[in-house]
Design a protein around this ligand. Sequence first.
Ligand code: SF4
Length: 469
Amino acid sequence: MKLSTRSKEYIIPEYSLTGDLLSFLTCNLQYRYQNKGNLPPSMPIQLWFGEFIHGVMEEAYLKWNNLSDEEKKDFKWDWERDIKPIEDIITKRLKVKGLNPPINYTENYGPKENMYSARVDRSIKIWGPHLFPLIEDAEVLIKGIRDMPKDNEGHSRSEYYSINGVIDVLSSVKLDEIYSIENDFNGDNEKSKNTFKQTTLDSFFVIDSCDIDNVRDKSSKKSGNKILEYLANNEEFKTILENLEDDEYEIIIDYKGMRRPSAPNKNDIDKNNIHLLNEDSNDENSLEDYKTWIQHEWQILTYAWLRSMQEDAKPVICGIIFYLNELVPSTEDLLLIREDLENNKTDIPRQSIPKDWEILKNWDENGPKAIHDDLSKKFKMDRSIRIINIKEDLIDDSLLEFDEVVNQIESSMIRELNGSKIKEAWNANAEQRTCNACDFSTFCNKKDLEENTNENSNEEDNKPVFSVP
Ligand code: SF4
């Protein structure tokens, strides 16, 4: 009897949208050391905080979802009693993965002492009451297969690659079922206190379309839900909803432990014809300036595509990203926010936030006074929520962009497998701020690193101490 031989092992490389593709785009070489080298860095603060805030928000939702209706409505969470245990669970989970919290976190206790706990506290208390009642499914794994792009010489490790991500999903059915819950955003919602009112996104729009200015107020009093209000005031979203043929739809959610990235203002888009997904801008620098902003749009569009292939999925009409550092911006964040406002590199212009702009403009960053508390809650919320509407024609573009990123990763990997040194096979190409926080900077070959590090170490010395508002 002839025994059949074992077939050759067939590998389908798997790529996570955030863990691999966006991480590779931040710096190719850092990605290689962190993800492919089994070298967990000692203190990758940004990586740790990104995973930490994501985990905490998921766990907080699960805790909230297990409460009684009455407890859900009465969203009075105390950090010590309700939030700290969640932080402890997530901290332990991340330690198992080799992600240790920064010293600032372990040595300072509670949201008054360390900004990481302060951000967690504000994220849950500010967005939780509006977001949690809208969530239909949390931590949904989405996965898809694509043809593997070939490198310049026509090589590839495999015929296909797999792409994945994890999202929270809001559904229109859920929106039809949920009840508004008490919140204190306007401090003027007596009517909604202690009552359960049914509210739907559709009904919100019916009212809103009559008289946008009046209705904004009425609607916020009616529903009390700030996320519905942000959606209702997004013209592009309203058009998509009006033209939607299906009865049901979905909205996907992602959290980022970072500030709102620099973004093109409306004039920039008109003048330079920046198509956010194609390199057909008249101004070559534009894409570089808004790289992170654009990449997040690709991510949401790709998530929408992945979600569309799941059996139970409804059409995804938009994605929402929460930039949670905006709720408690660090001194460095505030300097960059001010710079963006000064240079008009933001989608939330100075004219729309005159009082907050005045505070930022007159702020002496070297002075003793922290200004976090002076900035309005609306300013922080406006900057922390980003609505990305899904347009079918842009999904294909975003997939091609990520194919190209996979191609670059695979090409670097093949170069290394063929004998190139790591530093030759992978580009050291990060922004200076990334290098400053990188554990591999001591042996990285980025040419101008030493010079810039010296410059920045002076900046570090001069930086005012962060104080939690
Ligand atoms: S120091 Fe900068 S260029 Fe070098 S690996 Fe780290 S992030 Fe990349």
